[in-house]
Design a protein around this ligand. Structure first.
Ligand SMILES: [Zn+2]
Length: 51
């Protein structure tokens, strides 16, 4: 499958918060619409695809 809807887990390495969202996968790029964590962390995140 090249594109489709996927579930994404985002784990903030700064505050430990975890988010589960739906994203769209397009040729390996994942779009989630996720902007930032509640602690304002933007870059220090673990992003994982859930199958
Ligand atoms: Zn955070």
């Amino acid at each position: 499958m090249i594109r489709g809807r996927v579930k994404i887990a985002i784990h903030c390495k700064r505050c430990g918060e975890r988010f589960i969202l739906r994203g769209k996968q397009d040729r390996g790029r994942i779009e989630t619409g996720f902007k930032q964590c509640i602690c304002e962390n933007v870059h220090d995140l673990d992003i994982e695809k859930i199958d």
